[in-house]
Design a binder for this molecule. Structure first.
Ligand code: NAI
Length: 480
């Protein structure tokens, strides 16, 4: 704690570099800056205590400072052990008007290269406000903050944290340890926190899936807004964002020439489509795997070979998973890969690759090349290169999606935070999406920033196609 601000970051002296990059990013985030102007002096988030769990990057710093500008108090942690940009974390703690000695920014608990116990410690810090209260809003990416609160409440109701659970992963054991320790200290900690929470806004596909599961089971403790399925989020960030940051991660991680290589992309959803496009643009021969015939057919129509992983794993130079599913690349697949083939995941969690199986493989050896790049040596002498230990390599090996596309996503986050914070009483404990007019507003701001000219409907035309001149321009079922 310094000047009343709690933090745990790698190096606070990096804040000046962070501030310079934040200043450049602000220009590239016209949506967030437009909200700062629109709400100037109105403070729609006054009284909001937002606990945020989202990659602590430069772009997120601009989001955080926008929330603060709108009146919120904020505590932050990253949602991934490798995704923090340490200069961004330092800059949000110091804030635009503070100094290293006298920081005036926000409480932030994030550094690049956390261990898993450290990660869950930062998550708990982010949700634990100093005055013994809790947050009244959560901003989540992947659902870990929401999970901690829900599991905490569940185990407090039971009065005990189980020794093991349905999910026997190493990581979940750490979640259980975290909750066991908090239960011993305060038997009502998470129950009290949950009671104050007006809602959660969720950033990504995987977190949204978890929310719908909770809602379906009748276990969701507060309303949720699915930000991911705003069109200006998933059809832009997931797709055009990854089109930029996937290749960035491959280059920074390995600097291997992509042109002429065989690249396999597992999954052809929004992230898969952007991944395949970027690899093809580099001259790779791209092969797609899918379980959904519609997405598989889309891949075929886009000109990609569609194959089972088993059929092509032994010819792949690069394998990228984008499914949000688990066990997509098994250790048996890995053992069949070419010498020095590259394996990376950009789906939310690392269980997409069987990293546990790889570590247990008889005779396997790990040779660390540099942070977030490992060569795994099979007993045959053949090696594969695994990026970011199987975690989001576009954030671990590079810096994630660039500002302009994140401005779209985070504009939706800001709208969703204001909506739930101010109107929570109008919402049930269900998962909601933002209205289409707001999606169109976000797109309009960013189109204007790019110098695009939008054609205006005449009243007559609008009546003919049965929409309002001011939008929304499409029915809910339209797919873009
Ligand atoms: P999506 O649902 O649009 O696409 C996933 C696709 O994977 C689907 O088409 C599905 O049929 C396919 N799939 C599922 N299991 C499969 C399997 N075993 N083999 C092959 N294909 C399979 O989801 P979206 O939006 O593309 O997100 C995917 C993941 O990426 C999620 O975990 C999401 O949270 C994450 N994400 C990561 C980002 C990043 O910066 N790295 C950005 C945005 C999302």
């Amino acid at each position: 704690t310094r000047n009343g601000i709690d933090f745990a970051v790698a190096d606070l002296s990096l804040h000046e570099f962070g501030r310079k990059e934040i200043r450049l990013a602000e220009h590239e985030m016209p949506g967030l800056m437009a909200f700062r102007r629109e709400y100037s002096g109105a403070y729609p988030l006054k009284g909001a205590r937002i606990s945020g769990s989202l990659h602590m990057t430069i772009q997120t710093a601009v989001l955080i400072e926008t929330l603060v500008d709108l009146g919120a108090e904020v505590r932050w942690a990253s949602c991934n052990i490798f995704s923090t940009q340490d200069h961004a974390a330092a800059a949000v703690v110091v804030g635009p008007h503070g100094t290293e000695e006298e920081p005036k920014g926000v409480a932030c608990f994030a550094w690049k290269g956390e261990t898993l116990p450290e990660y869950w410690w930062t998550a708990e810090q982010m949700l634990t406000w100093p005055d013994g209260k809790g947050p009244n809003m959560i901003l989540d990416d992947g659902g870990d903050a929401t999970l901690l609160v829900h599991k905490g409440v569940q185990y407090e109701a039971a009065g005990v944290v189980p020794a093991t659970s349905e999910d026997d992963s190493e990581e979940y054991a750490i979640v259980l340890d975290t909750l066991r320790a908090s239960l011993e200290k305060d038997a009502k900690k998470w129950t009290n926190i949950a009671e104050d929470i007006r809602g959660v806004t969720e950033e990504t596909t995987t977190g949204v899936m978890r929310l719908y599961q909770l809602a379906a089971a009748g276990e969701l403790l507060f309303p949720a807004i699915n930000v991911n399925d705003a069109v200006t989020k998933s059809k832009f960030d997931n797709r055009y964002g990854i089109r930029h940051s996937l290749v960035d991660g491959l280059n920074r991680g390995t600097d291997v020439l992509i042109g002429g290589k065989v690249a396999v992309v597992c999954g052809y959803g929004d992230v898969g489509k952007g991944s395949a496009e970027s690899l093809r643009a580099q001259g790779a021969r791209v092969i797609v795997t899918e379980i959904d015939p519609i997405c598989a057919l889309q891949a075929a129509m886009d000109g990609y070979q569609v194959a089972k992983l088993e059929s092509v794993i032994s010819i792949a130079d690069i394998v990228i998973t984008t499914t949000g599913n688990k066990d997509v690349v098994t250790v048996e697949h890995m053992a069949q890969m070419k010498h020095q083939a590259i394996l990376g995941n950009v789906g939310h969690f690392d269980n997409e690759l069987d990293m546990a199986g790889l570590q247990r493989y008889p005779g396997i050896r790990r040779n660390n090349i540099k942070p977030q790049v490992d060569e795994w040596v099979f007993p045959t002498g053949r090696t594969i290169i695994v990026l970011s230990e199987g975690r989001l390599m576009n954030l671990g090996n590079a810096t994630g999606h660039p500002s302009f596309v994140m401005s779209n996503s985070f504009s939706n986050q800001v709208i969703a935070q204001i909506e739930l914070f101010t109107k929570f009483k109008e919402y049930d404990n269900e998962v909601y999406r933002l209205p289409k007019v707001l999606d169109e507003k976000v797109a309009r701001i960013h189109l204007e920033a790019l110098g695009g000219e939008l054609t205006k409907l005449t009243k007559d035309q609008a009546e003919y196609i049965d929409v309002d001149v001011e939008g929304p321009y499409k029915p809910e079922h339209y797919r873009y």
